[in-house]
Design a protein around this ligand. Structure first.
Ligand SMILES: Nc1ncnc2c1ncn2[C@@H]1O[C@H](COP(=O)(O)OP(=O)(O)OP(=O)(O)O)[C@@H](O)[C@H]1O
Ligand SMILES: [Mg+2]
Ligand SMILES: [Zn+2]
Length: 446
């Protein structure tokens, strides 16, 4: 074994023999840390010829998933845990990762091992009694040495092992201290190996650095099967679980929870929450129907438009891409003759969600126009449509789901793109089709 010093980018894992101020791979500044790299000599001495499988001869793996009975959690995984898979759960400090993991652990009625490197078993006990968790088959281990942990796993034979957190775990066969890129990577690949062999699911908790990324994220993302992030606006009780990568399911599902003193509660009907505290007589407010994964969510877009007294108007968004807003403002200015260049525009998606779907463009444009002209949008109207650079309203997917959700929540009218030619079955809700932004604005604001 030979060891030497290398410099590794903490963001993407790029390594270099000398320290660099900026990573040539991912462009991050000041991201290099010094690490000891051990390399084994004569790598191919142990290599041997192996027999490969013919695809058709591989015995089918059981597609059986382990359900946690926390519906929102199972759904984002694609229907539960796959035995032998490794899941990375990331999130800001204090967001509720340990709470979620604890609740997941307790809702599976099979042997589960919860390994904590951050808290004492007493602290875990305290949390579990606050969450009112009683589970005969839940084992707690306060340990950071990975080899000992995996030995314990062998003797306990659990279906799920939780590692809280990966930054505290370390392997004694590496000199680096816990939390370094090398330890994080090597521990994770060891866990992966063992999980595949013994067919347990590993749920690895990872902290997010202040740049908003899981430390060593790029490296871990490649290794693990599934990456989920736990998010929430500070001050909000709502938490959103989002899949970023999933080898066993779709990646655009979100799970919504509310943080209570007794733990996380699933939010089964998100639309009612996002619309709950709406002030229906305000200008600058418009409701849209977005599809998150397979589920429609109605939410309010709020725009505040104020005169800008300095040459440089502000455009600030929460929950919406600010570049997209700039584009839509330019479209409003050019195609609908609204003067926005001398106005500050603040845009907010109520409830602390983040939506990247272009189908909410029309609602964004209408809320800005409503804010600028100080005219209220009918509070029983839902707006759906992508806005093109020419001001044309473009077709969106899953229109029917959006219509049904709007109808279910008592809306009376929904504006959709004209190009959605399909005739929709609708009961009480009136469907109006528009082809251009000016047409939509005329319809909504007169
Ligand atoms: N007694 C309590 N009543 C209500 N909520 C609480 C209580 N104690 C903790 N919480 C909530 O739980 C959150 C902490 O949850 P948890 O410890 O699961 O977070 P975490 O993401 O694991 O944090 P860390 O990064 O420190 O490990 C707090 O931010 C708070 O919202
Ligand atoms: Mg924790
Ligand atoms: Zn990098």
């Amino acid at each position: 074994m030979k060891s030497r010093i290398k410099y590794i980018c903490t963001n993407c894992g790029y390594d270099s023999l000398r320290w660099l101020g900026r990573c040539p791979e991912c462009g991050e500044w000041q991201s290099f840390t010094e690490e000891i790299i051990e390399t084994k000599k004569n790598k191919d001495v142990s290599a041997k010829t192996l027999s490969a499988y013919k695809l058709n001869d591989i015995p089918p793996a059981s597609e059986e998933r382990i359900k946690t009975n926390i519906g929102e959690f199972d759904r984002i995984l694609g229907g539960g845990f796959i035995p032998g898979s490794v899941i990375l759960l990331g999130g800001d400090p204090g967001i509720g990762k340990s709470t979620l993991a604890m609740q997941v652990a307790s809702s599976i009625h099979k042997t589960v091992l919860y390994v904590t490197g951050e808290e004492s078993v007493q602290q875990i006990r305290l949390r579990s009694s606050r969450l009112n968790i009683k589970n005969e088959d839940l084992y707690i281990l306060a340990e950071t040495d990975l080899h000992s942990i995996l030995k314990t796993v062998k003797s306990l034979n659990p279906v799920l092992v939780i590692f809280d957190s990966i930054q505290t775990m370390s392997r004694s066969d590496f000199e680096n201290s816990a939390g370094t890129i090398t330890q994080i990577r090597e521990c994770t690949s060891r866990i992966l190996e063992e999980a595949k062999k013994a067919q347990f699911t590993a749920l690895i908790i990872g902290h997010v650095t202040k740049e908003g990324i899981i430390a060593g994220p790029k490296i871990l993302e490649h290794i693990v099967d599934t990456v989920i992030n736990f998010e929430g606006e500070s001050g909000s009780v709502y938490r959103i679980l989002r899949t970023q990568k999933n080898r066993f399911g779709s990646t655009n599902e979100i799970g919504i929870f509310e943080m209570m003193s007794t733990g996380l509660e699933e939010v089964k009907n998100p639309s009612s929450i996002f619309l709950g505290s709406r002030n229906i007589n305000n200008s600058g407010s418009a409701v849209t129907a977005s599809i998150e994964g397979t589920r429609p969510i109605l939410l309010e877009v709020q725009a505040l438009v104020t005169p800008s007294h300095y040459g440089n108007p502000q455009r600030i968004t929460t929950g919406f891409d600010s570049r997209r807003l700039s584009i839509l403002l330019a479209v409003l200015e050019r195609r609908a003759s609204l003067r926005l260049s001398a106005s500050n525009v603040f845009l907010n998606l109520a409830g602390g969600v983040r939506i990247d779907e272009p189908a909410i463009d029309l609602a964004v444009c209408c809320s800005v126009a409503s804010g600028l002209l100080d005219k209220v949008v009918n509070n029983k109207t839902v707006l759906v449509g992508e806005v093109g650079l020419g001001g044309e309203i473009r077709e969106v997917s899953s229109t029917e789901k959006r219509i049904l959700e709007a109808e279910k929540l008592g809306f009376q009218e929904i504006i959709i793109p004209l190009s959605n030619k399909k005739a929709f079955e609708s009961g009480s809700i009136k469907i109006k089709r528009v082809s251009h932004l000016t047409e939509a604005l005329r319809l909504i604001l007169g």
